[in-house]
Design a protein around this ligand. Structure first.
Ligand SMILES: Cc1cc2nc3c(=O)[nH]c(=O)nc-3n(C[C@H](O)[C@H](O)[C@H](O)COP(=O)(O)OP(=O)(O)OC[C@H]3O[C@@H](n4cnc5c(N)ncnc54)[C@H](O)[C@@H]3O)c2cc1C
Length: 296
């Protein structure tokens, strides 16, 4: 039988390959995610994840599109869940729905403050940190396999790396099964982060999250949000082909390929791609990774 728990996938020898979707907001977006889901069947991800919106109707769409990705395309789907704006009762209801949909894994997050707000404020009967959500799920629905986010360059709100790592450790102590990292472009940041985690007895697998850059403007926008450092060389290479979509994608794929090669050769247990609901770069990348024997 196919392995359904990401924890078990990660315990097997071969690198685990996954991609992240986000729920669409428009009709064109809806067509795009379906086209991408179909095209990515060629890339054979071990599982796919789907993000959880900051509020409103996109949250329903995490469930709707999670189910579609599972039922129509046969993917093992990991929905994300955040604490933002939810009471404990609401969270209980969502977990029940995840269970009924047949999901086995959850990416467990605090979430960012909603648009227009600068500080995260928990719901009066809600949860303040991802570690509390992990503990809550462990208590409510203990069978889910749980992932949490990790930040090789530190979470933007954390005062320093050591404090952030102590909080990460707490998520694992509460019951997280694996960590997926925020995107980064320098492998040294990942290996340093993994080294510090191991020193702190954070023993769970740490999966690198990689963004194959599609264009100079997209890279700047995205890294503006998450505060990942863009290497000068990558920025220059993308800026030089800023008007050429195909050439930009090739720069992004080449960079991601070299990054992933280094990560897997250095012992990373797999790779999670931030694909922004696009398939072209991912298909090109996975073909190259398989041709080189880096993915199964
Ligand atoms: C793999 C991945 C997937 C993501 N998917 C989504 C998504 O689907 N939807 C979405 O809205 N966002 C998503 N995000 C973004 C994420 O929600 C933000 O980075 C958010 O700001 C922090 O979430 P967290 O789960 O890391 O929070 P936490 O682990 O709770 O940490 C948040 C901050 O609080 C600090 N902290 C933690 N515990 C304590 C404590 N006990 N006392 C004091 N400080 C503490 C941490 O150091 C950190 O600075 C994702 C991020 C990653 C890495």
């Amino acid at each position: 039988m196919k392995t359904q728990s990401i924890k078990e996938m990660l315990a097997a020898a071969a690198p685990v390959f996954s991609v992240e979707f986000f729920p669409p907001k428009t009709e064109e977006g809806a067509r795009q995610i379906l086209r991408t889901a179909k095209a990515l069947q060629a890339s054979r991800p071990d599982f796919v994840s789907i993000t959880y919106g900051a509020g409103g109707s996109t949250r329903e769409r995490t469930l709707d599109y999670g189910e579609l990705l599972q039922d129509i395309f046969g993917y093992e789907v990991m929905p994300h869940l955040t604490c933002v704006g939810h009471s404990r009762d609401e969270l209980r209801g969502i977990l029940e729905r995840f269970r009924k949909c047949g999901f086995h894994n959850i990416m467990t997050l605090r979430g960012d403050p909603p648009k227009g707000e600068t500080e995260f404020k928990p719901h009066p009967d809600g949860l303040a940190y991802a570690s509390e959500l992990v503990a809550f799920i462990r208590e409510t629905c203990p069978d889910f396999c749980l992932g949490v986010g990790g930040y090789p360059e530190k979470h933007p709100e954390a005062t320093d790396m050591e404090t952030d790592l102590a909080h990460l450790r707490h998520k694992v102590v509460q019951g997280a099964d694996f960590i997926t990292t925020q995107l980064f472009f320098n492998n040294a940041d990942y290996f340093r982060f993994v080294g510090r985690c191991r020193e702190l007895n954070i023993a769970v697998p740490i999966v690198p999250g990689i963004l194959p850059a599609l264009s100079h403007s997209q890279l700047k926008r995205f890294c503006g949000f998450c505060q990942a450092t863009i290497p000068e060389e990558l920025e220059e290479r993308l800026a030089a082909v800023a008007d050429d979509e195909e050439a930009s994608q090739k720069v992004g794929v080449d960079w991601a390929f070299e990054q992933i090669r280094g990560l897997l050769e250095g012992g990373a247990p797999g790779v999670h791609l931030y694909i922004l609901n696009r398939s072209g770069a991912t298909v090109a990348l996975t073909e190259r990774l398989r041709a080189e024997g880096l993915l199964k």
